[in-house]
Design a protein around this ligand. Structure first.
Ligand code: FAD
Ligand code: N01
Length: 541
């Protein structure tokens, strides 16, 4: 890239049609589409490589929980035909290889600036351009700015007194080192029993001298039953990819699975049990699709929650430990249901201790260990599986200033407002991929990303053809959409758990259910109607 002389303290990298922030699946596809539509674009990425989530989350055991045949791009039939997934649920290294393969295949690397963190983005009203500043002292100008910064990319370090005084190694699952980590013979602590904790705990237990699992809230988890890819299964998908992808997009979560259409309460207890057993044996989170009302009706939900509790009790040999591992005070699925590989079995090992500290926060860390529930545990290493400042975290870390000096972080102080999760009023020509107010994290993310990116590309094309300078969400349309987002959540059990969907895992973050729970088909239909109606609810000028 040609760098021009800029202000004394910043190099100006020139002007582009689009600046895209982030080189995960969203940023990569945005770059590909922008190029195909004839726009100049650059991707700015903080990491030294592509892949986003799959670049950063390198902890042992990391893998997807949507089947690989579906957790992949659908935009290129050539790509989906030639790529081979080796397992039912791909591991992190394989998904990262895939992201690199895609970037090479579509010649994307040449327009990505790595090791470049975006610090600020400011809208210039006079010429409707975004000015984007980076930690490399380089400034970029663009008509369009696309935040492809990820829903789960801002790792959350808990505020544990004395954490910095600990002399051992501290790792966060969401920012795992590139070099191999050995826990052999060590006394290791893991804080957190969400999806990341549930994947990493069995792996560390196999290496560590002793593993202490610090649990604040027990989680529902189902066996993934991962296995090598079945050749026939893969061929059946490849033979019908287009048709199956279409069917998947017609399902609420964007996943083609065996979705039951009856209420769990409309069948006999015997039939229900048989159905849950069948799905449990098949593995994966498809058990939550057994009936139509498991995420809406508390009584229906209790039938599957109780089934899973029973399974946990069967696996965990010591009843007093099982009691602590069984979630009782929130519905299954209200936090993301985890898929595991022998998670509960891990607590039968002699070298694993469950430290349940619900009701009392971890007291402190010292140079050689941790105090929780008034007990001291000597540790050599600590793993934080403590999650993310989800959906708004990565965007809020950037100083984004729109019209009349409006700061996005301040605008979102009481919770994020967007129109369709795609744009926010006061910030013209700024798009967000899978932003708050879109179904995003409640769905198979790659098709959701593809649909959002396609919408953004079409929109940019349309505005450019019109010869207009900007498009911007209007306040009233945004308010109406946020009402829809609230209404969709109220009809579900999601709001009955303290989860990152609501932001309550982050001290001081307002409790607002952020994703749109109305399902992927309804959302996509609305997005298409809005565009067809001349971008209803958006101002164009
Ligand atoms: P990301 O992959 O998060 O990429 C965002 C990129 O933006 C990152 O590379 C980041 O470094 C960069 N960035 C952020 N801020 C800046 C900045 N200021 N300057 C420059 N660069 C910046 N979803 C599923 O549907 N199925 C799954 O099975 C699944 N498994 C998951 C497992 C784990 C461990 C995690 C954490 C998430 C999982 N997800 C899953 C969700 C996953 O995040 C998405 O599926 C998808 O990978 C998101 O892609 P993205 O491009 O939107 O964001
Ligand atoms: O994060 P989480 P995650 N003291 O927020 C605990 C995706 N993902 O990284 O529940 C003590 O779910 C916290 O306790 P509590 C997926 O979408 C997918 O595991 O708040 N404990 C919780 O147990 C997922 O939902 C896969 O009481 C503290 C844990 O840390 C999302 O990413 C794999 C604490 C955090 O759980 C996030 O998952 C991995 C504190 N101060 C991730 N702070 C797949 O399998 C937090 N905790 C596809």
């Amino acid at each position: 890239m040609q760098k021009l002389a800029g202000r004394a303290d910043e190099v100006v990298a020139g002007s582009f049609d689009l600046v895209i922030v982030g080189a995960g699946f969203a940023g990569l596809y945005m770059l590909h589409l922008a190029r195909r539509m004839g726009f100049s674009a650059v991707v700015l990425e903080a990491a030294p490589g592509v892949g986003g989530t799959w670049f950063w989350n390198r902890y042992p055991g990391a893998r997807c929980d949507v089947e690989s045949m579906q957790y992949s791009y659908s935009f290129s039939d050539e790509l989906q035909q030639e790529w081979h997934w080796s397992e039912r649920y791909a591991s992190q290294p394989e998904i990262l290889d895939y992201a690199n393969y895609v970037a090479r295949k579509f010649d994307l690397f040449r327009d990505i600036e790595f090791n470049t963190r975006v610090l600020a983005a400011t809208f210039q009203e006079d010429d409707c351009r975004w000015v984007i500043s980076t930690d490399q002292g380089v400034q970029y100008r663009a008509k369009w700015c696309v935040m492809a910064t990820g829903c789960l990319s801002a790792a959350q370090i808990p505020n544990i007194p004395g954490l910095k005084s600990f002399h051992g190694h501290v790792y966060h699952t969401g920012n795992w080192p590139h070099e191999p980590v050995s826990f052999a013979g060590q006394r290791v602590g893991v804080i957190g029993t969400g999806s990341s904790g549930i994947q990493v705990i069995p792996e560390i237990a196999m290496q560590a001298g002793h593993l202490y699992v610090f649990q604040r809230t027990p989680n529902y988890s189902v066996p993934a039953r991962n296995r090598p890819m079945d050749a026939e299964y893969e061929s059946s998908w490849k033979a019908e990819y287009a048709e199956r992808r279409k069917k998947a997009r017609a399902m609420s979560a964007g996943i083609l699975w065996d979705q039951g259409d009856k209420s769990a309460l409309a069948v006999s207890p015997e039939e229900r049990l048989q159905e849950y057993e069948r799905r449990w044996a098949a593995g994966g989170t498809g058990i939550m699709a057994a009936y139509s009302d498991l995420l809406q009706n508390a009584d229906a939900n209790e039938t599957v929650a109780e089934f899973v509790r029973g399974k946990i009790r069967n696996v965990v040999e010591r009843p007093e430990v099982a009691d602590l591992l069984v979630p009782v005070d929130y519905p299954i699925g209200a936090k993301r249901t985890c898929a595991d590989a022998k998670y509960f079995e891990t607590f039968n090992r002699e070298n694993v201790t469950l430290v349940d500290h619900r009701g009392s926060p971890i007291q402190e860390m010292s140079s050689n260990g941790i105090t929780a529930g008034s007990e001291f545990y000597r540790l050599d290493s600590l793993v934080l599986a403590t999650g993310f400042d989800a959906m708004t975290g990565a965007i809020s870390k950037i100083d984004i200033v729109g019209r009349r000096g409006l700061n996005l972080k301040e605008k979102w102080l009481n919770g994020p407002n967007t129109l369709l999760g795609l744009m926010t009023a006061g910030f013209p020509n700024l798009f967000i991929v899978t932003g708050p107010g879109s179904p995003s994290v409640l769905t198979n993310m790659i098709p959701s990303i593809e649909d959002n990116v396609q919408w953004i590309a079409d929109c940019i094309s349309h505005i450019s053809e019109e010869g207009a300078d900007f498009i911007e969400a209007t306040g009233p349309a945004e308010e109406t959409w946020m009402g829809e987002v609230r209404k969709a959540a109220e009809g579900t059990l999601f709001v009955q758990a303290k989860s990152w969907y609501l932001g309550v895992n982050i001290p001081g973050k307002p409790a607002v259910f952020m994703p749109y729970a109305g399902g992927m088909p309804a959302y996509q239909r609305i997005c298409e109607e809005v565009a067809a109606d001349g971008y209803r609810g958006f101002a164009i000028g």
